[in-house]
Design a protein around this ligand. Structure first.
Ligand code: PLP
Length: 411
């Protein structure tokens, strides 16, 4: 706990998440796969049901009452996201399907405009595939080069190398704020300042940051910032892309279709202004509404309180798991979010995952969509326990006991 943070009422919070009370394989569920997706509070579930029960209609097109109502709530959701990210203008918030689509949007618009043959796109060795593959595709298309900032043995970004790899050829930097596999928290504000000193814009993948810590896009000075609703206690199929206004005005549409136009003739289409210009077709209306509720929910608890509590959990779990013979934690950065990836000598991660599942404990096993990072550590995959604010020390104890049992059976 820091001086500013307050303890949070975990039993009350857990009651808000109906799924947490279910059983799996005859045991009370212990859900430790929050990095993959988070559970949803009742307010989010209710908001979605309320939309479909009371004011389901398409948005921005109808003059009738339901359409007006749905459009208003959808746009209020955008304003909630704007406030949550500290964006200066609500038009800077684009709704997408998720982090993956947000990154693809930037690669396909800004990337295609600015990256040419011989140029470079700078990413890091700890990126999720969704922050690698779109850039790789762009580089292949343009005959440009994907350059990768390495990580050290603790899983920290080599910030010394970052500075050296920023060059006149670098047209954009794309990096994660928090690694989904290692938990490493990158010093994005300082890195962005370094890139900006060379006039290079930066995209931040905030998929694993927004659910766990306060983010202010203006404070860190990000040019693009992406995150997913479903990892942030909201619905699947909704995500966000923040784009700095001065860049937004220069971007072409990402996809063509209805909703993004002012006028269409067979000769020419005049596009709507941002953000609608980037939201072709009927958007995920229920998703935006649910996401706004999820953000309201975490703001009511307070992200500083969440962050402080999750740090305690991380410390407790790190000590507990480190005491298990043969267990090695992959990712021991000084600045870490509540994610613990590990391997156990002589046992395949998949077998550990299955043995834990039999005990009602849900963890992730495999490469976590970071195959190049697995290669960096010369391992095929890890077991990953990723925590949220509704997890408890008792659940960490169950995980440790479950692992000890698994090791006895499998070793
Ligand atoms: N970036 C990071 C760091 C992630 O952890 C993930 C998902 O695990 C993604 C991007 C992709 O998110 P989504 O599948 O919601 O688009």
């Amino acid at each position: 706990m820091t001086a500013e943070s307050k303890p949070i009422d975990i039993p009350a919070i857990r009651r808000d998440f109906p799924l947490l009370s279910r059983e799996v394989n005859g045991r009370q569920l212990v859900y430790l796969d929050n990095g993959a997706t988070s559970q949803k509070p009742q307010t989010v579930i209710d908001a979605i049901a309320d939309y479909y029960s009371r004011y389901n209609a398409n948005i921005h097109r109808g003059v009738h009452a339901l359409s007006q109502e749905a459009s208003q709530v959808y746009e209020e959701a955008r304003a909630t996201v704007q406030k949550h990210l500290g964006a200066g203008n609500v038009n800077e918030i684009i709704f997408t399907r998720g982090t993956t689509e947000s990154i693809n949007l930037v690669a396909a618009t800004y990337g295609r405009m600015h990256v040419q043959a011989g140029d470079e796109v700078l990413i890091t060795a700890m990126e999720h595939h969704s922050n690698i593959v779109p850039w790789q595709m762009l580089c292949e298309e343009k005959n440009a080069k994907l350059v990768v900032v390495p990580v050290n043995d603790a899983g920290e970004l080599r910030t010394d190398e970052f500075g050296k790899l920023l060059s006149a050829k670098t047209k954009i930097v794309a990096l994660t704020q928090v690694s989904n596999t290692l938990g490493t928290v990158n010093p994005v504000k300082a890195l962005i300042a370094q890139a900006h000193a060379k006039n290079i814009p930066v995209l931040v993948d905030g998929a694993q940051a927004v659910p766990h810590m306060a983010v202010d896009v203006r404070d860190i000075d990000a040019d693009f910032y992406a995150f997913s609703g479903h990892k942030t206690f909201g619905p699947t199929g909704i995500g966000v892309l923040y784009v700095r206004e001065s860049i937004l005005e220069t971007l072409p549409p990402y996809q063509g279709g209805g909703g993004i136009i002012k006028t269409v003739t067979f000769e020419k289409t005049e596009y709507a202004d941002a953000p609608l210009k980037f939201e072709a077709g009927t958007p995920n209306i229920e998703g935006a509404i649910g996401l706004a509720k999820a953000l309201d929910y975490i703001n009511a608890i307070g992200l500083d309180n969440i962050h402080a509590y999750e740090n305690q959990l991380l410390e407790y779990a790190t000590a507990k798991l480190s005491a298990i013979a043969g267990l090695r934690i992959i990712g021991t950065a000084k600045e870490k979010a509540a994610v613990i990836s590990f391997v156990i000598e002589g046992i395949h991660p998949f077998d550990i995952g299955m043995a834990l599942d039999a005990q009602g404990i849900a963890v992730r096993t495999g490469h976590h969509c970071t195959q190049p990072l697995m290669d960096r550590f010369s391992i095929p995959g890890t077991v990953r326990a990723s925590f949220a604010f509704y997890n408890t020390k008792e659940e960490v104890d169950l995980l440790a006991a479950g692992l000890t049992k698994a090791v006895k059976i499998l070793a």
